[in-house]
Ligand binder design. Structure first.
Ligand code: 3NM
Length: 213
C-alpha cells in the first residue's frame, strides 16, 4: 500500500475555505496524490445524509484515479459506503474494535505519538501509522507540540516493517527530513488545499522525495 513514496492528501469541507472541496480533490488527484482521507471535522462540518453524499462524491473521484479512499474516524460511514479504509486517532474509537468491525481487506490507519502507542496500534492490526505533528499546524487546533522527526525515527527503528506517514505542517519545502527519517509518506492538508495551483503543489511535494523509487 505504501510501495512507492506517498503523498497522502487529507481534506474536509472546512479545509477548503471558499473553494469547492471536490474541485480541490480533483486537482490533487490530477497532480498525483497516492491516498485520500476524508476528515470532516470542526464547526459547520457536514453530518448525516449530506456527509454521506459528499463522501460518495469523493469516493467516486478517488475511484476514477484508483486512489484509496479513507474515512477519518467515522466507522459507520466508512462501512456503509465500503470505503477502502478507516483512519483513527488516539481520541477516536479503539483501533482493535474498529479492526473487528471493518470489512476484510479494508485499510486501518492509526495516529500515534510514541513507541507505546505504535506497539498497541500494531497489535490491533494497523496497516500504517500516522505520526505528528512534525511541524506546527493550523489545521488541528488540539494538535500536540511539534516534535520534528525524532519520534518517526524511533518508531521506524523499532518497527522497521511498519509504514509510517508523517503529518503536521508539511510542505514541499520542509518534507525532505520526513522522507529522510524513513517515512513512506507525507500527509498534508493546508499546503495542498490552500495552494493556488493544487496540481502543481502535489507535484512539488512528490518531487521533494529524493530517494530511490
Ligand atoms: N493530525 P496540515 S496534525 C490531521 O499530529 C492532523 O496527528 C495531526 O494539517 C497529528 O498539513 C494534523 O495543514 C493536521 O498541517 C495536518
Amino acid at each position: 500500500m505504501f510501495s512507492k513514496p506517498s503523498v497522502y492528501f487529507i481534506l474536509g469541507t472546512a479545509d477548503a475555505g471558499r473553494k469547492d472541496p471536490l474541485h480541490i480533490l480533483e486537482k490533487a488527484l490530477e497532480g498525483g496524490i497516492t491516498h485520500f482521507q476524508l476528515r470532516e471535522k470542526g464547526p459547520g462540518a457536514l453530518t448525516g445524509q449530506s456527509l454521506t453524499e459528499f463522501a460518495i462524491q469523493c469516493q467516486k473521484l478517488c475511484g476514477t484515479w484508483k486512489v484509496p479512499f479513507i474515512v477519518n474516524d467515522d466507522v459507520e460511514l466508512a462501512c456503509a459506503i465500503s470505503a477502502d479504509g478507516i483512519h483513527v486517532g488516539q481520541e477516536d474509537a479503539d483501533a482493535l474494535t474498529v479492526k473487528e468491525r471493518m470489512g476484510k481487506g479494508m485499510i486501518l490507519g492509526v495516529s500515534v505519538h510514541s513507541i507505546e502507542e505504535a506497539e498497541k496500534a500494531i497489535r490491533s492490526g494497523a496497516d500504517y501509522l500516522g505520526m505528528g505533528p512534525v511541524y506546527g499546524t493550523k489545521s488541528k487546533p488540539d494538535a500536540k507540540e511539534p516534535s520534528g522527526v525524532t519520534k518517526i525515527l524511533k518508531v521506524r527503528e523499532r518497527f522497521p516493517e511498519m509504514p509510517v506517514v508523517g503529518i503536521g505542517g508539511i510542505t514541499a519545502l520542509n518534507a525532505g527530513p520526513v522522507w529522510d527519517a524513513g517515512a513512506k509518506g507525507v500527509a498534508v492538508i493546508s499546503a495542498i488545499a490552500g495552494a493556488n495551483d493544487v496540481q502543481m503543489e502535489v507535484k512539488r511535494i512528490m518531487n521533494s522525495y529524493k530517494g530511490e523509487r
